[in-house]
Design a protein around this ligand. Structure first.
Ligand code: NAD
Length: 374
């Protein structure tokens, strides 16, 4: 691999994770050196989508020797996070002759991170993967924690594996090309991090959301402000994941808003942005928390206000088939014995532990009432 000497390497964040997370403006220029350090290999397979490839993945691939590097692309979008694309990418790697001495570099949003991560986790029983998230959502959430998956017609992320990256490289400079709606969708997961663990962080995200609403990605000091917040989110996620890597308990709190979000996404055939679905899901699940007496009245309104301030939808889409949504919640990974379970907040910054299970069974009629509320 090519690149400058290792003493020019950026410093990773100090986190309780078994792999380094680098975060800072222009850090993507050091991916060649980082890969040589954390996952030295004979070949490099860069996986991206056709929108991100010309913007960033091509120049990242160019940091490695041409003869042993290949850029694989798929079309963008959630519809592409499938077993068919997993098979296609796997076959392309086989045809190219990739062996166990290959490092995968995933350059893109959460779709590419999850799909390329899953390809890496299964290819010849596991290749190292470096996650290079290029959406806000993937930076603050999807790239950290080692979850990889594809969707199926039965629901989201139902086929996958835990496969930690060898490194995560977060360069906030790439956010300037992100469409405004995709940028805002990332704010949903940041709001979630505030709700599940950190009230001051929740407030900081909202102040930033105000600036984004007014100025979009051109907000004053955008990169400096967003870098600080990304670091805050990654820290919250890392703390949770470090305690419960395989989602046996505490890690379920990262699912706040997601039982309903995943159900709505499935019913709407994955046409929604994930962050938009999470925003609606958080509001509905906060209503459930109030209705079963876990949270004080007012929490759901507070979260709905936050979501609206971030320019995200707080209400379910008109005409949504609630029977289908409720049926889809029963297929969630947290469901037990056919009953839907939810990770629910008691207050901003505090989640219900449910005696260490961090997930509460909720009857369908209460879920329906929360979905119907305007
Ligand atoms: P995405 O990956 O579909 O990206 C959204 C769009 O932005 C795509 O069209 C992409 O081409 C484009 N794009 C990406 N980076 C860009 C850039 N810098 N400039 C211009 N365009 C750019 O969507 P997403 O919101 O990043 O990810 C959603 C996925 O992440 C979902 O599948 C969700 O399940 C998954 N996810 C996974 C985890 C996890 O822990 N593994 C956590 C949260 C979400």
């Amino acid at each position: 691999m090519t690149g400058a000497p290792p003493d020019t390497l950026p410093t990773p964040l100090s986190l309780p994770l078994p792999y380094p997370v680098y975060c800072g403006a222009d850090v993507r220029q050091s991916i060649g050196e980082i890969a040589r350090l954390v996952a030295p290999s004979h070949r490099v397979a860069v996986i991206s989508d056709t929108a991100v490839a010309p913007l960033y993945a091509k120049s990242i691939a160019a940091q490695f020797p041409t003869e042993s590097t290949h850029l694989f692309t798929i079309p963008p979008g959630e519809h592409e996070k499938t077993r068919a694309r997993w098979a296609e990418l796997t076959d392309a790697l086989l045809e190219w002759g990739a062996g166990r001495d290959t490092t995968v570099i995933a350059v893109g949003g959460g779709v590419i991170g999850d799909l390329a991560g899953f390809v890496a986790s299964t290819y010849m029983r596991g290749l190292p993967v470096i996650q290079v998230p290029t959406t806000l959502l993937a930076m603050v959430d999807a790239s950290v924690g080692g979850k990889t998956a594809v969707d199926t017609p039965f629901g989201k992320n139902l086929v996958g594996a835990f496969h930690n990256p060898s490194a995560v490289v977060i360069d906030p400079d790439v956010l300037v090309t992100l469409p405004d709606n995709v940028l805002r969708s990332g704010l949903a997961e940041m709001i979630k991090h505030g709700v599940i663990a950190d009230a001051p962080y929740f407030d900081a995200v909202l102040s930033f959301a105000d600036a984004i609403r007014e100025h979009g990605g051109g907000a004053p000091d955008f990169v400096a402000a967003i870098t600080m917040l990304i670091t805050g989110s990654v820290r919250i996620k890392a703390d949770v994941v470090a305690e419960d890597t395989r989602e046996g308990g505490l890690r379920q709190i990262l699912n706040f808003g997601h039982t309903i979000a995943h159900a709505v996404e499935r019913v709407l055939n994955f046409e929604l942005l994930h962050g938009d679905a999470v925003a609606m899901g958080m509001v509905a699940e906060a209503r459930i928390a109030e209705s079963i007496g876990l949270a004080r009245a007012g929490l759901a309104v507070g979260i709905a206000d936050a979501v609206v301030r971030a320019g995200l939808p707080a209400r379910m889409p008109a005409g949504l088939n609630l029977d289908e949504v409720i049926a889809a919640t029963h297929g969630d990974k947290k469901a037990r014995g056919g009953a839907a379970r939810f990770s629910l907040p008691r207050a901003i910054g505090e989640m219900e532990s449910a005696e260490g299970t961090w997930a509460v069974a909720v009857p369908d009629d209460l879920v329906r009432a929360a979905l119907m509320e305007k």
